[in-house]
Design a binder for this molecule. Structure first.
Ligand code: PEP
Ligand code: MG
Length: 902
């Protein structure tokens, strides 16, 4: 039965039988050759052997039944069409055998040209080419070289040596100086090399050459470099490659022949025009190998105006047909133009936006399609300042590109020094082993942050991304010595005040200053560039596509911000409210002392005093934020982190106390602090006394915060503003926790707001798996849910978010356990399932329940699509990612087929 099936299967397609939508079966190259053939463009005739045949061969180790016969039949019809037979001694047909997978894998797989040449047909080829012996013997030696290397694994250098040898003997460096006799001699030398390495003569039978070449292309799918490339580009390993057998056309038949590559628009900037290179009297491989210098395509107009005009006509036709930038390869054989390849061309992020905008202007695509063709990763790339790396700068270390961008500045090792130098107008890079909440001011003051420890979700990385500040984390080649104010890397010692440059995209660290360019797209978002009047094509295109995304999207986009300045910037970037205001940052800096008083309070009175002192400070913070977000919702989260984060580290405190005791100083206060720190020490603080648990354990703490929020809202409203506060309780796992907090909060709110008209919603984070699984109960006490996907991922997987990325994620990625860190892009199967359950059960219990997300994933392009599909109302992300989330929310709303450019 199986044999019967495989006989029936069609493994070979003539170009006239395929089309561009058959990439799975015919590969990109084959599908597009078929498409061009059907458009009536001059494509040399040929046929494609399918990826199915390749897969069958790779699984069983032999060509599937029926393949040989189908190749025979298609070869015969190719021979009929060309009026020549493969390898005919008098008038040979020659073919190229080219790989072509669904996704382009440039240079990764094999090609063999001039198949069909042998000791006899080389003479026929010469006659065919007008008694051109030189050309014929050159073609033959190329076949032996390519065939030897790719089909029989003969070391390529041996052929190179033999060629160099002949050129040396002739006293030249140029292949073109070799005449027919030289090349005939070279063929002899090549045949010897072939025989020495393979133990057999170079095959003279054309059909055997063809079959072996096809098999070599199949095998090249699993070549080491192809496997590596696929892993890197995330191309599935089981697709297989198609094989294209194409009648040879020659660009090396004389000055009226040549070969070239072209783009229909500039793939770097998107600018319209003719971009390409041409090389007269050459074959494609010469262009790739860079043996001779190409000329700009425009010069073809002088050399061969007819072919040039025809080429431009074809390029316009292809653009119109594919409705996109195309790249092409072509050959001119004695004044006749042949198209060898086309495909939708790769482009830079800037070109992607510009071209999408142009194609709308030209009426080729609509705005939905334009939106579909760009993506958030490209927009993010365009929003960061970049290094101008025109001349060589050598990186001294490479860490994790934790927060993109480029920054140069003087090295400082403490937050205080960063603030000091920045105040003097210096650009500084804060270098730490790792950062902690105490470094916040220094991080704000610095141009960039460099740490020797920590991954993409380390404190430094998360906070830097939040600020849109460049950060390289985990550069473990750096030995950072903070007390000595220096770090060493390799043989270099870098002292405070020395200049370094860091690239937060690549993770590279440079010594000295690398010049930086600002992003014009950020200038536009900041309102500094008017999209209506600017002549910057990129800004105009971004504006147009963003406007469409905003009109299309269903998801709202809020921001995570806890200062007035961040809130204001996010609003300029299009935020429609605050989805997470973390109040813990308001307990740091000079307020730390008050927090210490609160923690150390020995009785109710002392605690109330400390809280009373904190209240007006908190209220002032909220007033500032509510004002910036006038009219928009602001979700304020009650204090979340373990309290020890507000106290000095145990070791440091113990040393201070011991030293002071030694000196006989009064250390009563420090001793009390030390005792408190010891008392509060936890083995797993992220699973300890934090979040709602703090509110239930420390009387008055949440009450103070709720009062500050309500009073701030009333103050703003009394001033004529509109405040829309939403109070969010963190780390809830059981509805009873929320009910307890809620009862007290409602009492305080009622007392404060009176008849001011202020309305305060009360809701919860869903960040503990139990909360997700009991969402139906929790929804009874919550007016909204906000998914804290950082903690939900941490607790869902049992991964410590501060440790695992640096510790072992590299291994998990290598093993393919996941393709991307689940802290970066939501794990839809596991953590995503918890979100789905909570969303469904929450809404079932309370129809219309407002749902959002405020973990890091809120600004991740793929995750935004997932949140759209789950039916959330909004995503909230750091100010810098707000435009990315807007764009992706728009794309999610118009993406119906799933085949997008992500
Ligand atoms: C979260 O856990 O996703 C969250 C937003 O809270 P935090 O990162 O502050 O724990
Ligand atoms: Mg959390």
């Amino acid at each position: 039965m199986a044999a019967h099936d495989s006989v029936e299967r069609k493994y070979v397609y003539d170009f006239a039988e395929g089309n561009k939508d058959l990439k799975d079966l015919l590969g990109g190259k084959g599908a597009n050759l078929a498409e061009m053939t059907n458009l009536g463009l001059p494509v040399p005739p040929g046929f494609t052997i399918t990826t199915e045949a390749c897969k069958a061969y790779l699984t069983t180790g032999r060509e599937p039944d029926g393949l040989a016969a189908q190749i025979e039949a298609h070869l015969e019809s190719l021979e009929r069409e060309m009026g020549r037979r493969l390898g005919d001694p008098d008038d040979p047909l020659l073919v190229s055998v080219r790989s072509g997978a669904k996704f382009s894998m440039p240079g990764m797989m094999e090609t063999v040209l001039n198949v069909g040449l042998n000791d006899r047909s080389v003479v026929g080829l010469s006659a065919q080419a007008g008694r051109n012996d030189r050309f014929a013997w050159d073609s033959y030696r190329r076949l032996i070289q390519m065939f030897g290397k790719t089909v029989c694994e003969v070391p390529g250098e041996e052929f190179e040596h033999a060629l160099d040898e002949i050129k040396r003997a002739k006293g030249t460096h140029d292949d073109l100086d070799l005449d027919a006799d030289d090349l005939r001699g070279l063929v002899g030398a090549y045949k010897k090399i072939f025989a020495k390495h393979t133990g057999r003569e170079f095959p003279q039978e054309p059909r055997e050459q063809l079959d072996l070449a096809i098999r070599a292309v199949f095998d090249s799918w699993n070549a080491e470099r192809a496997v590596l490339y696929r892993r890197q580009e995330r191309i599935p390993a089981d697709l297989g490659t198609a094989v294209n057998v194409v009648a040879m056309v020659f660009g090396n038949l004389g000055p009226d022949s040549g070969t070239g590559v072209a783009f229909t628009r500039d793939p770097g900037s998107g600018a319209q025009g003719i971009y390409g290179d041409y090389l007269a009297n050459a074959q494609g491989e010469d262009v790739v190998a860079g043996i001779r210098n190409t000329v700009p395509l425009q010069e073809l107009e002088q050399l061969d105006k007819t072919s040039y005009d025809q080429l431009l006509g074809i390029m316009a036709r292809l653009e119109e047909h594919y409705k996109d930038l195309c790249d092409i390869e072509f050959t001119i054989e004695r004044g006749k133009l042949w198209m060898l390849q086309t495909r939708v061309g790769k482009r830079t992020a800037a070109a992607a936006f510009v071209i999408a905008g142009q194609l709308v202007d030209e009426g080729l695509i609509d705005l939905d399609e334009a939106l579909h063709r760009v993506n958030g990763a490209q927009l993010a790339q365009l929003m960061f300042p970049r290094f101008q790396l025109d001349h060589e700068f050598e990186a001294v270390a490479k860490g994790i590109g934790a927060s993109p961008g480029a920054a140069s500045g003087k090295v400082v090792f403490t937050s205080a020094r960063a603030v000091e130098l920045a105040a003097e107008g210096e650009a500084v890079i804060l270098v730490r082993r790792e950062t902690n909440p105490d470094d916040l001011n220094g991080m704000i003051a610095a141009r960039g942050i460099l740490t020797s420890r920590g991954g993409k979700t380390s404190h430094a990385a998360v906070v830097a991304r939040g600020m849109g500040k460049t950060c390289v984390s985990g550069a473990d080649e750096l030995d950072v010595n903070v007390p000595a104010k220096r770090f060493t890397v390799g043989d270099h010692v870098v002292n405070e005040g020395d200049v370094v440059s860091i690239d937060g995209t690549t993770g590279k660290v440079y010594l000295g200053e690398v010049p930086v360019m600002p992003s014009e797209v950020v200038q536009y978002f900041e309102g500094e560039l008017d999209p209506e009047t600017t002549d910057d094509a990129l800004v105009r295109a971004v504006h147009r596509i963003m406007t469409h995304a905003d009109a299309a999207r269903r998801l709202r986009v809020r921001t995570n911000a806890d200062t007035g300045a961040d809130a204001a910037r996010a609003r300029r970037f299009g935020a429609e409210g605050i989805g997470l205001c973390r109040t813990e940052h308001m307990f740091l800096g000079d307020r730390r002392e008050l927090v210490e008083r609160l923690i150390l309070a020995s009785g109710e009175r002392e605690r109330e005093d400390a809280l009373a002192a904190l209240l007006p400070l908190q209220r002032a913070d909220f007033i500032e934020i509510f004002r910036e977000m006038d009219g928009l919702p602001v979700t304020v989260r009650l204090i979340d982190p373990p309290l020890h984060e507000f106290l000095p580290p145990l070791e440091q405190l113990a040393v201070n106390v011991a030293v002071a005791q030694e000196r006989g100083e009064d250390v009563a206060k420090e001793e009390a602090l030390l005792a408190a720190v010891r008392r509060m020490h936890e083995e797993n603080p992220m699973l300890g006394l934090r979040g709602v648990r703090l509110g239930l354990v420390i009387p008055g703490l949440f009450a103070m915060q709720v009062r500050a929020i309500a009073e701030a809202a009333v103050a703003v409203v009394r001033d004529g503003g509109t405040a829309c506060p939403e109070i969010m309780v963190p780390l809830v796992g059981a509805v009873q926790e929320l009910e307890t907090v809620r009862a007290e909060a409602e009492r305080i709110i009622a007392e404060v707001v009176g008849d001011s008209g202020v309305e305060v919603l009360i809701g919860t984070m869903i960040e503990v798996p139990r909360a997700a699984l009991t969402a139906g109960q929790i929804a009874e006490a919550a007016e909204f849910f906000s998914f804290g996907t950082n903690d939900l991922t941490q607790m869902g997987w049992g991964f410590s978010r501060d440790d695992v990325e640096g510790a072992f994620f590299w291994r998990y990625l290598e093993l393919g356990i996941f393709g991307i860190s689940p802290f970066e892009s939501i794990d839809t199967d596991g953590v995503g399932r918890l979100i789905r359950i909570a969303a469904e059960e929450g809404r079932a219990a309370r129809p219309g329940l407002k749902l959002g997300v405020c973990g890091e994933h809120g600004g991740d392009p793929d995750s935004v699509h997932f949140f759209h599909s789950v039916g959330l109302d909004y995503v909230s992300c750091s100010p810098f990612r707000v435009p990315v989330a807007r764009l992706e929310a728009g794309r999610a709303a118009i993406t119906t087929t799933g085949s997008d450019s992500r």
